[in-house]
Ligand binder design. Structure first.
Ligand code: FES
Length: 156
């Protein structure tokens, strides 16, 4: 199977059966994100424990296959990490989508890198970049406890 096919299969599979869907119990942070170009919305629920570890990370919302897959992948890869590492993964993902097409972080194993890299193809389509980054910007907003809804037309 070629890499393009593998990436497509990962996105389709996550889009069809999103992980960590729903509202987790006793979340400590939450944020909303909105893509006005299509009307899609996402809500992120983050539970940090007293050691600043991501104990739970879930989401609700609706969107295209890319946005659902990207949100699902994000929750899967960030859950269980320390807040510091979570922030590094977010920055690395956004940098990969917008600039480098590479995942540099040492915090993910090879299988996890393959999963996250499945979204690298969207780089060529600016509209799709917004679909893929919506959840990641929204998670950042949740971490920072921003009250304002994330709007993909207003973030870099
Ligand atoms: Fe709406 Fe992708 S088309 S998030």
């Amino acid at each position: 199977m070629d890499l393009k096919q593998l990436y497509q299969d990962i996105i389709l599979e996550h889009g069809k059966s999103p992980r960590n869907f729903g509202k987790c119990d006793k979340y400590t942070h939450q944020a909303k994100g909105y893509n006005p170009l299509c009307g899609d919305k996402v809500q992120i629920y983050l539970k940090l424990n007293n050691k600043e570890k991501v104990e739970d990370l879930t989401f609700e919302g609706s969107g295209c296959a890319i946005s659902m897959a990207s949100t699902s992948i994000m929750t899967e890869l960030v859950k269980g990490k320390s807040l510091e590492i979570a922030k590094k993964i977010i920055l690395d993902f956004l940098n990969m989508i917008k600039n480098t097409k590479e995942i540099k972080t040492k915090e993910l194993n090879d299988d996890q890198k393959t999963i996250i890299m499945s979204l690298s193809g969207v780089k060529q389509y600016p509209m799709r970049v917004k679909c893929a980054t919506l959840a990641w910007h929204t998670l950042t907003s949740a971490i920072e406890k921003n009250k304002e809804e994330v709007n993909t037309e207003k973030v870099e």
